[in-house]
Ligand binder design. Structure first.
Ligand SMILES: Nc1ncnc2c1ncn2[C@@H]1O[C@H](COP(=O)(O)OP(=O)(O)O)[C@@H](O)[C@H]1O
Ligand SMILES: [Mg+2]
Length: 513
């Protein structure tokens, strides 16, 4: 009998990241070997910290680099995205470190190369006294090879990871290369950075969801007429929460000031979604130089607040981690709350405001506390607070929902997103596959997808990618386990990982059906 701490070997979707420092040999000409070792060690430590920040696991330290897994021991819906953000963070911290090394020793050619790949890997325990998990297989080999091919200061990613990241990140095609033991060449892409806000577009037209859209438009109408509202969009991953929010944003257009913040599964800064919303309004991105953000904050908040700027800026500055002078208590939760609410009130005096907080089942305590203060604004100002969430009973997000229903019930609309109707799922399929696909195939896909739009998309795309093979007059399609697209697989495995170890024992059998 195995327990959770010694999982049996299993094949599962994993995203693997390799990062390696180059240029440390040049340091050897200037410094003693133990000094070089200390500098490189420091750099490796910073890279490991980046991995942990995003919930990955450092599996090994090899020479001047690391190998990390995302999805071991537990899978997350967004493992490839976590790995991508980790890779970008690693480039950032190493670049900063390089500047320090250059300033101190006059050596500039210190850099890091990163390779990322997603795929199936056999995960199991190796080692005696201190066993560690390893993920073995083609996916890992390709990730290592990508790393070795990356130019210093860049990230190369494999095909499966690229598919998962294309909607959120800027990718550039890189060259194809051979991997020993593989017949087909591997196509690599360079991961450039996250896409700018608002450029993520829905690929297919909205299918179904008429009632839900009507409810959302009702709330929007109230808001534009000057009444505050709270809307809770609830549903499992992939059900279309983000999509409906996007539709509403488009329909609202210029009539409202739209603010948006995302709760992150890996935590991030305290009260991050509110930081995110404020940064978005300032037209700033995370990772921008502090002075640039500070300049934007002074300019935009100054125009809004006038004389009150010096009173409110220190607290908002603390929230944004800016270097602003102010009273000692300006960073207290209470002062930050007051300043944030005053900011929203000032905006609402100019016109209706939507503040959308995404995936609140992941929110932390400071976010919930600030969230409660913001909810109260729906009573007094033309502010609509829209929360999207998965139902997770014991989360901070669930507490915020209860607060909305309990204290502001008459302002609150709850919209649960159930499965799409078969007609709507078919409509989506037609949008993706065209009208060529026969009815039997179509019905098979609709059944497999269980009304979840993400599943519809992923199954349809998988079919397209593997090629539709005409056999006789119909297309062949059997949606087997080996056809399970990576996004879907992550969702399913993440779901299984949330189950108890006991229930998990059954899962492999279930998956084989
Ligand atoms: N009603 C719909 N019609 C067409 N596509 C949809 C619909 N709902 C969701 N989608 C698509 O399905 C995918 C998953 O939806 P998303 O909004 O990201 O789910 P969630 O935010 O609930 O996890 C997205 O690509 C989205 O564009
Ligand atoms: Mg979403």
């Amino acid at each position: 009998m195995t327990d959770a701490s010694t999982p049996a070997d299993e094949v599962r979707p994993v995203t693997i990241l390799f990062a390696d420092i180059v240029g440390s040999t040049a340091l050897g000409e200037r410094l003693a070997p133990d000094e070089v070792k200390a500098l490189v060690g420091e750099c490796v430590t910073m890279m490991s910290r980046a991995v942990e920040e995003y919930g990955g696991m450092v599996q090994a330290y090899a020479g001047d680099g690391i190998c990390a897994y995302f999805g071991v021991p537990a899978a997350h819906d967004d493992d490839p995205e976590r790995a991508a953000r980790t890779g970008l963070r690693i480039l950032e911290v190493v670049a900063e470190y390089t500047r320090e090394v250059e300033a101190a020793w006059g050596l500039a050619d210190f850099a890091v190369r990163v390779g990322i790949n997603s795929g199936q890997a056999a995960v199991g325990q190796v080692g005696g006294a201190e066993p560690g998990s390893v993920a073995l297989g083609d996916a890992t080999n390709v990730a290592a090879r990508l790393q070795s091919l990356a130019a210093p200061g860049t990230i190369l990613i494999g095909e499966a990871a690229a598919r998962r990241l294309a909607h959120r990140f800027v990718l550039e095609p890189a060259s194809e290369f051979e991997v020993k033991g593989r017949t087909a060449p591997v196509r690599a892409s360079r991961l450039v950075g996250p896409k700018a806000r608002g450029t993520e577009v829905g690929a297919t037209p909205l299918a179904g969801r008429d009632d839900e859209m009507a409810q959302l438009l009702g709330a929007l109408g109230d808001l534009v007429a000057g009444r505050g509202r709270i809307v809770l969009l609830l549903g499992d991953p992939g059900m279309g929460k983000t999509r409906l929010l996007g539709e509403l944003r488009t329909l609202a257009g210029q009539r409202v000031t739209w603010l948006e913040g995302h709760c992150l599964s890996y935590g991030g800064l305290a009260a991050w979604p509110f930081v995110d919303a404020l940064l978005g309004w300032l037209g700033a991105e995370i990772g921008e130089p502090e002075i640039a953000v500070r300049t934007k904050a002074r300019a935009k908040l100054g125009a809004l607040f006038g004389d009150e700027l010096e009173e409110l800026l220190p607290s908002l500055g603390r929230l944004l981690r800016l270097r602003v002078e102010g009273a000692d208590d300006s960073g207290s939760a209470e002062r930050i709350q007051t300043a944030y609410v005053r900011w929203l009130e000032a905006l609402a005096r100019q016109g209706p405001v939507v503040i959308a907080l995404e995936d609140v089942h992941w929110m932390d305590t400071p976010t919930r506390e600030l969230g409660e203060a913001v909810l109260a604004l729906a009573e007094s100002a033309p502010v609509a607070i829209i929360l999207t969430a998965e139902l997770a009973p014991s989360s901070e997000g669930a507490a915020l929902r209860l607060r909305a229903l309990g204290n502001h019930g008459h302002r609150t609309t709850e919209i649960p997103l159930g499965p799409l109707s078969d007609e709507a799922a078919e409509e989506m399929l037609t949008g993706i596959l065209g009208s060529e696909v026969d009815a039997v195939t179509r019905m098979g896909l609709v059944r497999e997808a269980e009304g979840n739009p993400l599943y519809v998309e992923e199954l349809a795309r998988a079919l397209l990618e593997r090629g539709l093979e005409p056999r006789g007059r119909t297309w062949t399609v059997t949606v087997r386990a080996d056809l399970l697209p990576p996004a879907l697989e992550n969702l399913l495995v993440a779901r299984i990982d949330r189950l108890s170890a006991g229930a998990r024992q059954l899962a492999p059998t279930a998956a084989a059906i």
